[in-house]
Design a protein around this ligand. Structure first.
Ligand code: OAD
Ligand code: ZN
Length: 246
């Protein structure tokens, strides 16, 4: 893949880089995406499961669904895309990774500066007293009760109809505003407010690049689109960045 002169110039001069990732970044690890054929929405209808009312009316069922997803996510490993992003962190003065993924793969790949907009499936907390329970045994198919107060324990992920964690969102917006180079990778850019971030970056003067296997609703509004698998493109991009900046 040939990178454009524009992008190469931006890589040379960039002081502040931000990246937004979505489910596509984990596709090459074997985690199903949401809106692609074969994605989670085809099989499960998460709108019905991933919401507070569903959890309250049948906690064991919703918990079981998360245990199933946790099991999948633990079995897979980070791919070249996650690893390349982790390595990029040290190649720029400031590098912020913002993710919509809950699968914990960026952390496992070694990224440090991660902002999780939609939570993390490895964290859970008691609805009543907010005590956190991480390290969950995936064979526990019934919802867990809090050891301190007996409340039921939910995954620390953002459900339909819920607000995004305020601090994470405002930090992400700030990163978008301050970055001079912004990458939107493996996201359909259809879920707000996360999908606003590339546009905020663009409006604030960043050079915004999309990496995706196919065009999205946002492609036309951005500066450049790199078409292909994120694992492959990010690996090439990492090599280019090292060549330019080392
Ligand atoms: P989607 O499933 O909506 O989009 C995945 C995107 O990844 C699509 O645009 C695909 O074309 C692209 N893609 C698939 N495989 C790829 C690959 N190997 N390389 C590059 N791109 C690839 O997932 P998200 O945009 O992450 O929120 O969805 C956003 C949010 O919707 C999720 O975080 C989730 C869901 O509601 C919550 O659960 C709160
Ligand atoms: Zn409790």
């Amino acid at each position: 893949m040939q990178f454009s002169e524009n992008l190469i110039k931006k890589i040379k001069s960039a002081q502040n880089v931000s990246v937004l990732t979505g489910a596509g970044v984990s596709a090459e690890s074997g985690v199903p995406t949401f809106r692609d054929p074969g994605g989670i929405w085809e099989k499960f209808r998460p709108e019905e499961l991933a919401n507070f009312n569903a959890f309250i009316s049948d906690p064991d069922f919703v918990w079981g669904w998360y245990q199933h997803r946790r099991e999948i996510m633990r079995e897979v490993t980070p791919n070249h895309g996650h690893l390349a992003l982790a390595e990029m962190e040290s190649l720029f003065n400031e590098f912020n990774l913002i993710t919509q993924n809950i699968d914990n793969l960026h952390k496992r790949a070694g990224s440090k500066n991660i902002t999780e907009l939609h939570g993390n499936i490895e964290r859970n907390y008691c609805l009543k007293c907010r005590t956190f329970y991480n390290d969950i045994d995936v064979s526990e198919k019934k919802v867990l009760k809090c050891e301190k107060c007996g409340g039921i324990i939910r995954p620390d992920v953002v459900w339909f109809g819920e607000m995004l964690p305020e601090k994470a969102l405002s930090h992400a917006e700030n990163c978008a505003k301050r970055s001079d180079l912004f990458f939107s990778i493996g996201t359909s850019a259809e879920v707000y407010p996360a999908a606003l971030l590339p546009l905020i970056a663009k409006r604030s003067g960043a050079y915004v690049v999309e990496i995706n296997i196919k065009p999205t609703v946002m492609s036309m509004d951005l500066d450049e689109v790199l078409t292909g698998k994120s694992g492959e493109i990010l690996n090439l991009l990492l090599n280019k960045i090292k060549e330019i900046r080392n």
